[in-house]
Design a protein around this ligand. Structure first.
Ligand code: NI
Length: 177
């Protein structure tokens, strides 16, 4: 298993539509293990393949609380089968937009079909935080970030703040001691 570098927005690699996986093989299983390693190290609760520069419809999630045993979910080729009419607002963040958060409204519940690490097609019903997280990660597979759900004004504000932060980081690294 390996920790991979996470791509930070703005970056064209976060805007692509990822390709479906034909068959889950050892390469895809290793990718999911690496995504989990990277996510746990960050730390985060979800990570998609495009965020590490791999244009495949693969994502991982773990909402287990710190100190609890891990409950990793490995998801390939997810598809929304059903969404509730009821929307719910959750505070979201993203490892590709470090330190940025916003309230995002999404369907409160959803049913998602996907392929598991053993190539078995499964369906899960999700609600609450898991629903928001899964929809957020699925958005990444279609090149959408959580800020794309906001008004242009709010989105630009967050992206400006992020680029300011990145510039400040760059200066800190380059400045002599
Ligand atoms: Ni994200």
């Amino acid at each position: 298993m390996a920790k991979l570098p996470i791509i930070i927005a703005p970056d064209p690699r976060l805007k692509i539509t990822a390709e479906p996986v034909d068959e889950v093989d050892d390469g895809i299983r290793k990718l999911m293990d690496d995504l989990l390693d990277t996510m746990y190290a960050a730390p985060g609760i979800g990570l998609s393949a495009p965020q590490v520069g791999v244009a495949k419809r693969v994502l991982v999630i773990d909402l287990a609380r710190e100190g609890s045993p891990p409950t990793p979910l490995r998801v390939v080729n997810p598809e929304l089968v059903w969404i509730s009419n009821e929307l719910k607002s959750n505070e979201e963040g993203c490892l590709s937009l470090p330190s940025q958060f916003a309230e995002i409204k999404r369907p409160e519940s959803a049913s998602v079909r996907y392929i598991d690490p053993d190539n078995v097609t499964r369906k899960i019903e999700v609600s609450g935080a898991l629903s928001a997280c899964l929809q957020h990660e699925m958005d990444h597979l279609d090149g959408r970030l959580f800020v794309d759900h906001l008004s242009r004004l709010k989105r630009d504000m967050i992206l400006r703040r992020l680029s300011k932060m990145r510039r400040a980081d760059g200066n800190a690294i380059q400045s002599p001691i």
